[in-house]
Design a binder for this molecule. Structure first.
Ligand SMILES: [Fe+2]
Length: 332
C-alpha cells in the first residue's frame, strides 16, 4: 500500500511557507482585462530559508504571479508557438502513470510514439479541451515579449541559488498546455526544475530520487547513457512520495533526478517549467560519463558519490584533460 509522506493542499501550507509579510501571502495576478496597470509585483515568491534548506533535496511549494497574465492566454500561446514551430512538441495525454517498455532501451517520449500529431498548432491549442493531448513549447524565454518577464523570474531563482548551489547554467523555460485529465508519465529530468501552474490545476507526485528504492545506481547509469527520461520504476511501488495539488498561482520545486508524474485536473491546464543546470549537476554528469568509460575499459567502477575524494580526483583529472585538449580543439 502506498504510504504518503505528505498529501498537501499547498494553498494551506503556503501560509507557513511563504515569507513573513502579508503581501507575500497574497498572489498578485494581472488585471489586464480591467485595463489596469500590471503591478510591479515580484513574479516569484520563494521563502529564502525554505530554499536554503530544501533546494535540490526535496520538493517545496512556491507562489507566483503569472496566473491571469495575458502572455499565457490561448491566443498569445498560439502566436508564441507559431513564431517558433521548431520548439513545439505535441504528446498524447491518454497515458498511464507508468509508461516504460520494461527491459527495453530508449524510453523517451519520442521513441515510445507519444509525440507528433496531424493537427496544426492553432488547431491543437484551440481544441486542447477535447483532443486528449499536451503541447510543449520549449525555451519561450528566448522570444521577444517573454524574455524580459522570464529574466525577472529567473533573477529571483539565480539570486537564491548562487548562495546554495552556485553555477546556474543553461536556464530554459517551457510552457505546457494540457487537455483535461491528461497525464505526463513517471519520468525524471536531469535539471533542477520549478513548475508553475498558471491556469487549471494538476496533481504532481514527486518521488525521492535520492532513495535507492526509487532510483538505483543502475537506473542512473542507464539514464546518463541516454536510455531515456521515462522512469522504469513503478510509481505505486515508490515509498513516501510527495503529492501536491497545484492550483493556478502555485508551484513546486522538483529537484534534479527526482522521478515524478503529472496528472491534470478536469479543465485545460497551462503551466510553465523553468529548468537549469548547476555546477553540481554538471559534475554528476561527468562522473557518470567517467564511470561508463571505466566499465568499457573493464575497470572497477564504484557508485558515484560512494567515495567523494576519489570522485573529486577524477573530476580534477578530467578538468586537466579538457584544458589540455582545448587548444587543439580551437586550432581544429
Ligand atoms: Fe518533468
Amino acid at each position: 500500500m502506498q504510504r504518503y509522506r505528505r498529501i498537501v493542499n499547498w494553498s494551506d501550507n503556503l501560509i507557513l511557507e511563504i515569507g513573513s509579510g502579508t503581501a507575500d501571502k497574497t498572489p498578485r495576478t494581472y488585471r489586464a482585462r480591467e485595463g489596469g496597470q500590471m503591478p510591479e509585483a515580484r513574479l516569484l515568491h520563494i521563502d529564502p530559508r525554505t530554499f536554503r534548506e530544501r533546494f535540490g533535496r526535496e520538493p517545496f511549494p512556491i507562489r507566483h504571479g503569472l496566473a491571469g497574465h495575458p502572455l499565457f492566454e490561448t491566443e498569445a500561446l498560439i502566436d508564441l508557438a507559431q513564431r517558433s514551430p521548431g520548439n513545439v512538441q505535441w504528446h498524447r495525454g491518454d497515458l498511464a502513470r507508468d509508461e516504460t517498455d520494461r527491459g527495453g532501451l530508449y524510453n523517451t517520449f519520442g521513441s515510445r510514439g507519444f509525440a507528433g500529431n496531424a493537427l496544426s498548432i492553432r488547431e491543437t491549442l484551440e481544441q486542447i479541451e477535447t483532443n486528449g493531448s499536451w503541447m510543449l513549447i520549449r525555451d519561450i524565454g528566448s522570444l521577444p515579449g517573454y524574455a524580459e518577464l522570464l529574466a525577472r523570474n529567473l533573477g529571483v531563482v539565480r539570486e537564491l541559488c548562487e548562495g546554495v548551489v552556485p553555477g546556474m547554467q543553461r536556464p530554459r523555460s517551457d510552457v505546457v498546455v494540457a487537455s483535461p485529465r491528461s497525464v505526463t508519465p513517471f519520468h525524471l529530468d536531469e535539471e533542477q526544475n520549478f513548475l508553475l501552474q498558471i491556469r487549471g490545476w494538476k496533481q504532481v507526485t514527486i518521488t525521492d530520487g535520492r532513495d535507492p528504492a526509487v532510483l538505483t545506481e543502475a537506473d542512473l547509469e542507464a539514464f546518463y547513457a541516454g536510455n531515456g527520461e521515462l522512469h522504469p520504476g513503478r510509481l505505486d511501488a515508490c515509498p513516501r512520495p510527495f503529492v501536491a495539488r497545484l492550483e493556478a498561482g502555485m508551484g513546486s520545486h522538483i529537484p534534479s533526478l527526482f522521478p515524478h508524474c503529472v496528472e491534470n485536473g478536469d479543465e485545460v491546464s497551462v503551466a510553465m517549467t523553468t529548468f537549469f543546470f548547476t555546477a553540481a549537476t554538471e559534475r554528476r554528469r561527468d562522473l557518470y560519463k567517467l564511470k561508463r568509460l571505466q566499465r568499457r575499459l573493464g575497470l572497477p567502477a564504484a557508485a558515484v558519490g560512494a567515495h567523494p575524494r576519489l570522485d573529486a580526483a577524477k573530476l580534477l583529472a578530467l578538468g586537466a584533460a579538457r584544458r589540455l585538449r582545448a587548444p587543439f580543439r580551437e586550432a581544429a
